[in-house]
Design a protein around this ligand. Structure first.
Ligand code: CA
Length: 410
């Protein structure tokens, strides 16, 4: 500090404090969060606000419902993956007694995104008997500051036209998508709408993840993505409704490699029965669900073909009727393959779904192969049919875009 002639020496109060105060050893500065008690999780409104103030210091737990060890681990995990924390890493389940039909999962309330992206309440129910996954989208709460981000000054009321989109992962096809209706001009949308995936198998429940995203519909631009959450289906117990109240997160990257190898084209319900009376295999093509759209109108005109291979005399081809302009066709048709029960084990049933087109070649939608060399549900269905003569066994199967050994032409 240099002084010119005639100038008075002045020291600001800050400098004064810096120079004169704090003799003695330097003490660690108290974290802001030390001044606040740690709320037990499950009080979302209170917790959301304090999120931004949270320190990296483990706090003693005051939550009566959890052990402090768990709590600390959760905090470590959260900070380990900070910014990209998925719902699985911050999961805290307030476990209800097993006999109760409903559980509450307060996922993600520790996330910073709560304040910026909003929260979503929904419930999931896997109806095991009917192979259906019911997703009830209740409501969302979205903060005003996020919406439009001032991008739309003509209509800058700070409100949104939100809708919710569902997507089963892995699976890139449009066939996997469901969505709610759009609600206009609101930051507190209440949909109370149930969207259902049909043909969900136990294998899906182990392997798949439900992606739920909230978007803002915009007539003049691309619809704007607001936030999403992902629920691994293995978190659900059959026939038990599970309630979620979740902080939305930014878009998480999708594993592309996984998607490519397993592109799904829809689902098909097939029945199999070996009839000793007819001495043949009865193949029932019941229905399909969530088929991929092949036509420009957003639909397909599906029909199903079956082959029993190897097929020396080329007589095993059967075809259903064509169902016009639908992604969820019901066929309810049955074909009989005359064959000795002892020969059946060596055979393979090939089922393919096609989109009928006028004036050009039909498009392949997807297929599935049942037989001794198949895997998972496909093998089990075949095996159960061989083992249980005269018993009709109905199963859902996932259609994929790849069909090993099949001739992909019609
Ligand atoms: Ca067509």
């Amino acid at each position: 500090m240099t002084l010119r002639k005639g100038e008075k020496m002045t020291i600001s109060i800050q400098e004064h404090m810096a120079i004169d105060v704090c003799p003695g050893p330097i003490k660690p500065i108290k974290q802001i969060s030390d001044y606040f008690p740690r709320f037990p999780r499950g009080i979302p409104a209170a917790v959301t606000r304090s999120n931004s103030l949270k320190s990296n210091v483990s706090q003693p737990s005051v939550s009566p419902s959890e052990s402090s060890r768990e709590e600390e681990e959760d905090v470590d995990k959260l900070f380990g993956a900070y910014g990209a924390a998925s719902t699985t890493t911050t999961t805290t389940t307030i476990a209800a007694p097993a006999k109760h039909d409903e559980e509450v999962d307060l996922d993600g309330y520790d996330s910073d995104d709560c304040t910026t992206l909003g929260t979503l309440d929904f419930s999931l129910l896997y109806d095991h008997e009917n192979n259906a996954l019911h997703c009830t989208i209740n409501k969302a709460k979205m903060p005003k500051v996020y919406n439009r981000k001032g991008l739309k000054p003509m209509d800058h009321n700070g409100l949104s036209d939100p809708y919710v989109k569902l997507h089963l992962l892995p699976g890139a096809s449009k066939a996997n998508k469901l969505r709610t209706k759009t609600l206009r001009n609101t930051l507190n949308p209440t949909w109370n709408e149930t969207l259902t995936y049909y043909g969900i198998t136990d294998e899906d429940m182990i392997r798949k993840t439900l992606r739920i995203s909230v978007c803002d519909e915009d007539k003049f631009r691309h619809n704007e993505f607001i936030g999403e959450t992902r629920i691994p289906l293995k978190k659900l117990k059959p026939n038990q409704t599970k309630n979620f109240s979740i902080c939305l997160e930014k878009q998480l990257p999708i594993d592309k490699t996984e998607d490519k190898s397993l592109e799904e084209r829809g689902r098909i319900l097939i029945s199999l029965k070996y009839s000793s009376q007819k001495s043949g295999l009865l193949v029932g093509i019941m229905r399909c669900a969530h088929l991929a759209a092949m036509d420009a109108n957003g639909y397909s005109d599906p029909y199903v073909k079956t082959y029993l291979k190897p097929d020396e005399d080329k007589k095993s081809k059967h075809k259903t009727a064509v169902k016009k302009k639908t992604l969820n066709p019901e066929f309810n048709e049955e074909f009989c393959y005359e064959i000795k029960h002892s020969d059946l084990a060596k055979k393979t049933l090939e089922v393919t779904v096609w989109d009928y087109d006028i004036g050009k070649s039909n498009d392949f939608i997807g297929g599935v192969v049942l037989g001794i060399n198949a895997k998972g549900e496909r093998l089990k269905h075949w095996f159960d049919c061989l083992k249980n003569k005269d018993k009709k066994i109905e199963r859902w199967h996932t259609l994929t875009n790849e069909l090993p050994g099949a001739v992909l032409s019609d």
